[in-house]
Design a binder for this molecule. Sequence first.
Ligand code: S3P
Length: 436
Amino acid sequence: MKLFAKNTAKLNGKVICPGDKSISQRVLIIGSLSNQNILVSGFLDGEDPLSTLRSLNQIGSDILFEEGIVKISRRDVAFNSPVTPVDLGNSGTGMRLMMGLICGSGMQASLIGDESLMRRPMDRVASPLNQMGANIVTSNGTPPVIINKTDIIEGFSYELPVASAQVKSAILLAGVAANKQVTVIEPSITRDHTELMLQYFGLNIDSKVHGSGKKITFIPGNKITAIDYKVVGDFSSAAFLIVAALIADDAELHIKNVGLNPTRCGLINILIEMGGSIEIKNEKDLCNEVVGDITVKSSKLKGIDVSGKIIANIIDEIPILSIAAAAASGETNISDAKELRVKESDRLEAISSGLLALGVEHKLFEDGISITGGFLQKDESIEIDSFGDHRIAMSFLISSLCIKNGVSVNDCSNIYTSYPNFIETMHKLGMHINEE
Ligand code: S3P
């Protein structure tokens, strides 16, 4: 799907942020592990959570998604080893978290995904799980992931070499599924949705500050309580709306139901430091997460340096931060972000390729990018490749707010993995995005 986004000066209105992708996937897995009746509202109706839902049903869960509500039902039989490969589509979170659940439950399975997922590193999860007692074989570190039947050991402790919430969550979920104590030490703080959700459902998680990160231990003993769950909005999706409002000529947006977990919303402070007018209202707790409303207005942005511990917090927002940097005056330097090379695409290459098409001066490094603000207004039409990556596609569609002739982006269907009503939402706010 090729989309064309027309240049628009005015963006205005109220929107409700769609459900969080990370949390939607976790609640399906933890709810299935409980083997009890649980209702979930606010679930993200995106391709990634839906492929995790289908995969869980394939291993014996009973999950129905109807009229906006997820119904997880108690079943008579425990999980069973699937006979055909489990397909996680485009979802790295789905595959890595399912690896933890499948190993911890002592099942055998083979996990596959789409072209992008088949290229992504799975050894970062397979290796600690194997040390924990699993028997996983990958194809040179990438899928298919073949999981053989194994026994998880008691008291496993692992220090993550990369700050990754997916790896941390896979190890914790393996411990929970096997009912064995497990400890994970992270080098810097990563999103803590798994820990918060396990605690919400009554499990004993001890989480302490440890150096620049945290030491998290699951202590067996309690059973998962059957309580209903409400998924907060996805900050990573709200980020596109926030930057759109900041860089448009005349904008005022009110975004409701935005997840504001402090391990996720570091971009707000960065954008405020860049000069962005962003106001948070009505903050409250919802199922152990923080949620609130955000008001954003057009602003004059200036460049900033971003590196170190904050990178894990803003990792999914760097593509859209690059668009804010291109619209800002001065230079923005992003470093320590090598992880971007192993996301749904090599996001550093993808950002650089899009900025090149827009005539934005920049330098690409192995672990980051330095961007000098200012778009070149070309007379010819501009065509950008999304590299099949949803966040790259949405970021460059938003860049059209600064490009007089608008922007075409190729291969946009992956937007449905994380933000299925993105186009409709942008239309409602005043932007014109159409299929070409
Ligand atoms: C996620 C963690 C991050 C993030 C991804 C979702 C999660 O990945 O980029 O989109 O749900 O745990 P890493 O764990 O690889 O950093």
